[in-house]
Design a protein around this ligand. Sequence first.
Ligand SMILES: Cc1cc2nc3c(=O)[nH]c(=O)nc-3n(C[C@H](O)[C@H](O)[C@H](O)COP(=O)(O)OP(=O)(O)OC[C@H]3O[C@@H](n4cnc5c(N)ncnc54)[C@H](O)[C@@H]3O)c2cc1C
Ligand code: FES
Length: 283
Amino acid sequence: MMTKSALLEKPPTPQGMIEVRIIQSRPIANNQWSIWVKPDEAGAIKELPSFLPGQFCMLSLLDRVDPLIARPFAIVDQDDGMYQFIYRVHGKLTHQLVKASVGSKLGLVGPLGKGIPREHLKKGKHCFIAGGVGYASLMPLIQELVKNKREDAGRIFYGVREDLEIIRKIPLAYDIASDDGSAGFHGRLPELLKKKESDWKDSDWFYICGPTPMMKAVYDLLPPDRSLYFLEETMGCGFGICIGCVVPILNEKSEVKKVRSCIEGPIFKGEVLKPWKDGAWAL
Ligand SMILES: Cc1cc2nc3c(=O)[nH]c(=O)nc-3n(C[C@H](O)[C@H](O)[C@H](O)COP(=O)(O)OP(=O)(O)OC[C@H]3O[C@@H](n4cnc5c(N)ncnc54)[C@H](O)[C@@H]3O)c2cc1C
Ligand code: FES
């Protein structure tokens, strides 16, 4: 029997920070931007390493002291030694990123965290449940199905506030839920999932990424042993030092323990996340 965490893998992370330059920066949807970065030519690393879907990088602005702390972003795609990230313009770093021009330098640490082996997408049926910019984290998995010509094996449920927020790169059958009714189903993702149950019930695996309240709201609808939640806990370092990303999970003996999401995650199976869902923090 597969152990609770056996599915996820952690490839080796390159040591230290890599200086990268922004190669392309453009809006991709309302308040969301795509950037491609590649290693600075003067550095020792010429190409960014391969990554597994679900892995992330810590990005920082090298020419600014505020914000001092790097922020985590999921790797969306890779091409010719470059990475793509998609971010929602949210707080300090992302507001600065929008203003950063092509050629600007960033600090990148990664790929970090455990990811999903690409082999995993070669069989079975897969259901992707995304809220807002959480869709970006699921894009490498969706692309993997497309690469394997397995579009029929995937289904997307995508929740947004409004039509303009949709990242229009949706290569599988999909349904949209929008808060204001401007696209698809007028309402929230959990309601859409209940309405469309026959379209996803026979999926073998579920991948969920979005705002924490949304992920908690769909939790009870999905099979916990076949659901993978992409947590977006606040992170300080991304590699286990600051203890800023702790989440309560169940261990093999079904006891609650606290783990660092950057090391043990950021992807967790629903079956271990029960204490997170229930808001339990006491050990
Ligand atoms: C593994 C991982 C992958 C991520 N991938 C992406 C991605 O691909 N695209 C994307 O847009 N975002 C992603 N995020 C979320 C992103 O890192 C945060 O939103 C980040 O704080 C944005 O930086 P900022 O400086 O613009 O905002 P900040 O100034 O850091 O944040 C503004 C406000 O949000 C709060 N906050 C910060 N981080 C979080 C958080 N994780 N959850 C809830 N509240 C928070 C702060 O306390 C503050 O009040 C990811 C997070 C994780 C952990
Ligand atoms: S982010 Fe620092 S320990 Fe996880």
